[in-house]
Design a protein around this ligand. Structure first.
Ligand code: ADP
Length: 356
């Protein structure tokens, strides 16, 4: 008869993906029982951990099998939802568990598309997600999400627009379309501070911030306002874009924002007719550059005409409806969460991403 106590000890010491602390210490172990010769384990996980839920359960099962005398086939691990609200971050008081800046060295590389894709990837898994469009020069979040209504204010706070399950805010919703805004340093600082501080974000697992390309001003402002969890840098495989990406990485490092990793967007074109991959801009450059710079590589998103159409038609929420688009975007999303965990010192639940 396999030992229940030993199995219980293994489950107790298994790290919660969100906090890195043992499940037992966080009172997240609901049951470790024997039922008809099988081991039934039930743990509680927060919605923050939802994007890695399945792999966390699989990993726990393996660890139990490795460290107790229960065979993996006889172990069933399930999870219930644990509600643990976010705490206030920084002086600004945003209630989010992780704040991720998505940046690029130059415009047009698909930064906003990838920011929205990660936001939807997290949300589809069950996390509570906000998307703040800080790209004041070319706000494209309203366009991607198909929102035009202006945010209202109540009790001195802006109400984010609820769009397809995301809470979103953008300067593009506050400035009339087509009206150019010439932002000077202090105005820019003020606008971004206001969007972040004066928005009623509510309780969030993740807040994604779509950064303006290139400039370090907003990265500096944000890093002063709240502790950013990290930055995702988006680039295309072209050399010039890569050099820009190097600058973006340097910029985040300068303002002491950890770089979670690099995403190579529009890496290959898969012909919808014949299925053959074409390296239009060359591919693999970002992976190589990430390796040179000692930054993890989070994945590639191929050029996909349907993704462009959906984004341009305000239907980015449907990006995950198509498996060919969904798979690479989901991998980028999960790698981003895995990296947050790695940086925190790691939960055994997630294999460390190699610093390529
Ligand atoms: P940025 O935020 O870097 O300026 P956008 O996200 O606005 O870039 O993307 C620029 C254009 O490229 C948009 O028309 C978008 O739909 C398109 N695009 C982005 N990524 C892809 C992709 N992987 N496949 C096809 N089109 C893409």
């Amino acid at each position: 008869m396999a030992d229940l106590q030993k199995a219980r000890a293994v489950v107790d010491s298994f790290p919660d993906p969100e906090t890195g602390r043992p499940l037992g210490a966080m009172e997240q172990v609901r049951a470790v029982q024997e039922r008809d010769g099988r081991l039934a384990v039930e743990i509680a996980l927060t919605s923050w951990a939802a994007p890695l839920r399945d792999e966390t359960l699989a990993e726990l099962r393996e660890v139990i099998a490795a460290q107790s005398d229960w065979e993996a086939e006889k172990v069933e691990v399930t999870a219930t939802e644990l509600d643990r609200p976010a705490e206030k971050l920084g002086q600004i008081g945003v209630t989010a568990k992780s704040v991720i800046a998505v940046g690029s060295g130059k415009g047009g590389v698909g930064k906003s598309t990838i920011a929205a894709a990660i936001a939807f990837g997290l949300r589809n898994a069950g996390a509570k997600v906000g998307l703040m469009d800080a790209d004041v020069y070319g706000p494209s979040v309203p366009h991607l999400l198909g929102i035009t209504e202006r945010p209202t204010a109540s009790d001195g706070k802006l109400q984010p627009i609820e769009a397809h399950g995301l809470r979103a805010i953008s300067m593009g919703l506050m400035v009339p379309a087509g009206e150019a805004v010439v932002w000077r340093g202090p105005m820019l600082h003020g606008a971004v501070t206001q969007m972040l501080r004066d928005t009623e974000w509510g309780d969030l697992d993740y807040l994604l911030i779509d950064m303006p390309p290139g400039t370090g001003d907003i990265a500096l402002t944000l890093s002063q306002l709240l502790p950013l969890t990290g930055a995702v840098v988006v680039c295309t495989p072209q050399d010039v874009a890569l050099l820009d990406a190097v600058k973006a990485i340097a910029m985040f490092r300068k303002v002491k924002t950890p770089v979670l990793g690099v995403v190579e967007n529009m890496s290959v074109f898969v012909c919808p007719e014949c299925g053959v991959s074409h390296d239009i801009f060359g591919s693999g450059g970002a992976r190589q550059k990430a390796a040179e710079l000692g930054v993890p590589f989070l994945g590639t998103a191929p050029i996909n005409v349907d993704l462009r159409r959906r984004g341009d038609d305000g239907r980015m929420a449907e990006a995950y409806d198509d498996d060919a688009i969904a798979a690479p975007l989901l991998e980028i999303t999960r790698n981003t969460v895995r990296r947050i965990i790695d940086r925190r010192g790691g939960a055994a639940a997630t294999p460390s991403l190699p610093v390529l």
